[in-house]
Ligand binder design. Structure first.
Ligand code: FES
Length: 157
């Protein structure tokens, strides 16, 4: 499981400074912040806006548009469930409903005990083994109800 640094404004400012001259700097900055802190807190938006001469709402719009950016810290385990075309055709929606009801949270949410976050992704590049998922960065193909149960039980430990 990845470990992340606690948020500090100084660390965020240095990450922003390192990336601000890149092409389309908003996305690289957001990715770098998330890789460092595990999520992109609200406090990041004004810092990015100031550095790139954008409005806060423009930055906020980018953060909320891309599902990949988390605005809250994730749970100890992250289960990503693919919702793109091939996985849809292979029944991912039923599996997603099962994961949601078993954990008691909707996609994008984290269980109350902070154990598991479930997120939607749009193609993991594993279309030939759809429906596909990823748990803590590890790809899982041919997801079935039984496999899903095993993944969630493992995340329980
Ligand atoms: S559509 Fe799900 S992995 Fe490509």
């Amino acid at each position: 499981m990845p470990t992340f640094e606690p948020w500090t404004t100084d660390r965020a400012l240095s990450i922003i400074a390192e990336n601000k001259d890149r092409d389309g700097a908003t996305l690289p900055i957001l990715h770098a912040l998330q890789e460092t802190f595990g999520h992109v807190p609200e406090a990041a938006a004004p810092l990015i806006a100031d550095a790139l001469n954008l409005s806060r709402s423009e930055v906020h719009g980018v953060i909320t548009f891309y599902h990949v950016f988390r605005r809250q810290p994730a749970g100890r385990h992250v289960l990503k469930l693919c919702r793109a075309e091939a996985c849809q055709a292979c029944g991912c929606d039923d599996l997603i409903s099962q994961a949601e009801s078993r954990l008691g949270v909707k996609l994008g949410g984290t269980t109350a005990d902070g154990r598991v976050t479930i997120e939607a992704v749009y193609c993991l590049g594993l279309c030939s083994t759809a429906p596909s998922a990823m748990i803590d960065g590890k790809p899982v193909g041919r997801l079935t109800e039984k496999k899903l149960g095993t993944l969630l039980a493992e995340a329980d430990r």
